[in-house]
Structures are given as structure tokens and as C-alpha cells.
Design a protein around this ligand. Sequence first.
Ligand code: BES
Ligand code: MN
Ligand code: ZN
Length: 510
Amino acid sequence: MQLQFRNDPIERIPADAVVLGILEGTKRPAGSARAVDAAAGGAITACLAQGDFTGRREQVVVLYPKGRVRTKRIVLVGLGAEKDLTVERVRQAAGRAAARARELGVGELATVVHGAGAGGLDPAACAQAVVEGASLANYSYDRYRTRDKSKSRRVKTLILAEADAKKMAEVKRGAARGRTGAEAVAFVRDLCNTPSLDMTPRQVAERALTLADKEARITVKALDENELKRLKMGSFLGVAKGSDEPPRLLVLEYVPEGKPLGTVALVGKGITFDTGGISLKPAEGMEKMKYDMSGAAAVLGVFHALRRIQPQVRVIGLAPMTENMPGGHAIKPGDVLIAMNGMTIEVNNTDAEGRLVLCDGINYARRFYKPDAIIDIATLTGAVVIALGSQASGIMGNDEALLTRVKEASDRSGERVWELPTWPEYADLMKSDVADLKNSGGREAGTIAGAMFLAPFAEGTPWVHMDIAGTAWNDKDKPYAPKGSSGVAVRLLLDLLENWEPNGTARGRR
Ligand code: BES
Ligand code: MN
Ligand code: ZN
């Protein structure tokens, strides 16, 4: 989607459609809607008077105006109640409107920056949200569509209208930032929507290597199975044993110009397909397990954007990539693996494989990069889908200050998170009779148990675990995420890195 900017009142802009946001309960249109209404002979007032459209969040109506306006259509989108107006509502409204425009075959879509006028929200943040919402809703995955192309119809141009010349610089800055984030999310969605046949660990590595960029000071390595053996990554390699596809450990590094404010390591679960292994999953719904690499994809997505967003913090990205397959060489329940840090793990369930690849990734990050913070991102448990559904990712951690930073980035990005406790008693779930740890604690507190398994590997470093199993895939369309891979976590992580502050003011470690 192309971006254009117009320093003109929206009613003077020719387009296939113009989007206007309307607050819930509006009787008389205000601001730019009022100007459009006047030029279109009261079409909006008439629509509101009928009560067909109330401005409820995500509600959309299309009007075909006559009169002096230069647009073929007016798309009214609900912004919800004024007291609840947030940047995230703006993003959702822009998404819903773009999704409708796209269905209608709109090529050129003009919009005002919702929220930045009478809404009183920050113009740059709103412009970013409008571009994110519209571009993310405009995404579609059509690599394998050869006949019906109607589903791949997209809006070609988004015109941002800002009549106030003083705000234009901010609008342009926010919009550019929005575009960078949205492109990174689309990159992630493509990775996770692609079936495992065409997205093996080696193929992911190939894509990751394209992210290397000398000017942006980004380097990318892909370690192969021999290097992993030399590193003694017995836990990660244990998972890979059942597959004929060789594993890869992707190691990415971004170094800022000047003195870094610190180092943040991102570790993403990269299971390109999770059959469960010998603890085989049921057939129903198994096809979705191609998205079990969403954590790793999010890490790659962050680097996609770091080429342009250049925060003052060093960023390390780690993505242990493998399939989880049953097979003649596969590990079996009861087998004991030795992780890179020397800890022994009884594998009582081969379907709890995510933690087995993450623990070696976390250890690698600490050993070679001494980060100030580690964040791991993983589609780790079915339990988090039961607990939080698709509205929020579960977060857990060992450091209050880091958890707070993640929550703040969540608020700004609109990617919701919810904290679950990590009280020491929960660690008992992961005690083994034969080894230092076991990898499955059964059904009880499944999401927390995953975090308790990982905690000893992060010990000594502030760490947050994000379980995105419920948020990384949508079974239904969302305002700015068509069904399929959502690309979750990229926008939150980018926001966190952009707003990183040096340590020292930590609000106490647990
Ligand atoms: N990849 C799954 C988790 C998952 C489930 C992701 C549903 C997305 C949707 C993970 O590897 C897994 O199988 N977890 C097990 C852990 C259990 C054996 C302790 C689970 O959640 O059942
Ligand atoms: Mn599994
Ligand atoms: Zn898995």
C-alpha cells in the first residue's frame, strides 16, 4: 500500500472512498465529518438521524454522496464512546474501514487521522495507528491462490489528509513509523502462514539471512547441527532428532551507532511444525501447528524493522528452528536430555518441546552476550488459549521492572498482555524423579509450569516469558488482522526497544 499526504481539507480530496471516524452517540457530525456532511448535502446527518449507524466501535457504514464532495464513497466507522477513545481504538477503526474498502474494490482510500483532532490524542501516535490499522487489515496471504483472485484484492493507496499544516510533520513521522512496523508484521505473517513443507528450518534461515544489513549494523548467522553439537545443546538437539530436516540456530545482532543503552536478547520458539513427536497430537486441527514458529518469526520481524528503526539499545535475536516429528530417531517419553548449561531434563512428554529448544537459546544468549534483559516469545501452551483466549498474551517473569516495561509497551502498541504468577511453589510441578527437571507438569497451571521450567535457565538475568499461543493465530477476522497468522508481539517488542532506558533504576528484583 502506497502512502500519500495531503495538506487539504478532506472534502476536497478526490478518492474512491473517504474514511471518517464517528464517536458513539454523535447526533451532529463535528470536525472534518461536519465539513464533508455540509459538502454532501447532509448525507451523514441523515444517516445518523435514522439510527442505522451509532458510532459503536468497529461499526461501518458506506454512503454514496451527491453534491460538492469529490469522493465516490464515504465510509463511516465507529470509534466507540468518547471516554474510551484510545490509540488502539483508532487503529481498530482504521482497520475495519480499510477491510470494508478493500471488499468494495477501493483503490484509493483517503482518511483523516482519527483521534488527532477533537479526540485530543497525540497526532504522531494516531497517524502511526491509522497506517498500522489500514495496512495490517490490507494484508492477505495468497501465495498458493491460483484462481479466485478476488480475495487478494487490496487497497493500493492510502491518502492521509491533514488540513492543519503545523501537524503535518508529526503525521508524516508517525505514518512512516507505522509503515515500518506494519511491513515487519506482514513479513512475520507470511512466515507463519506458509505451510511447513515450504518453511523448513533451512528455509527460515535463508529468509533470516536476507535481513543482514551492513549499514544498519545488523548481522545474521545460521548455526548448523554440527555447531550445535559442539555447543552441547543437547536439549534443542533432542527435539530435532525425530526429523529428517536439520535444525538451525539463527543468531541475529543489531548494534546501535554510539554507546548502547544496554543489551536486550529476544529468544523465539521456532518449531516449523509441531506434530507432538512420539506424544503425537490428535489429527483434528493439527494443520495449524505450522504457526508454532511464531515466536521465532516475531524475533525476525523485529530485525526486519530494526533496519529502519534504529533504537539506542543493542539487540540480540535467537531463533532455535526445528520440526517436532515422530520417527525412528525421535526422543521418547522418559528419555533424559542434557541441556547446554549442564542441567538434565526428563522428557516425560515429547509434545512439551518448545521449552526444550528455548532453554538452550536462553542459555546461549546469557553465555555469549551477557544481556541486561531476556525476553522469550513462544506459542508454548494450549493452557494459555484456555486462560486468556485470543485477546491477550500471557506474561511471566522474574523482574518487576522488566515486566512493567513490557506492560507499558503493551499499552502503547495495543498488543495486550496479562501477567500470571511465578510463585516458587509452582516450581514443584517441574521436579523429576530421575533428573534435575521434567519438561511437563501435566495439565495443572500449564502456562505457569512452562515459565517455571524456563526460569532456572534465565536465573540471574531479568527475564520475561511471553506465551503467544492464543494470540499468534486468529480463527476469525479481527479489526486489523485477517484470519490466520496475526504477527503478534513484533509491534510490542519494537515499542519496548524504542523506549528502552538504561538499567539502574530497576524497581527491585524478585
Ligand atoms: N505448540 C504447542 C502449544 C500450542 C497449543 C500452541 C495450541 C498453539 C495452540 C506446544 O508445543 C504444546 O504442545 N504444549 C503442550 C504442553 C504440555 C504437553 C505440557 C500443551 O499445551 O498441551
Ligand atoms: Mn508441542
Ligand atoms: Zn509446540
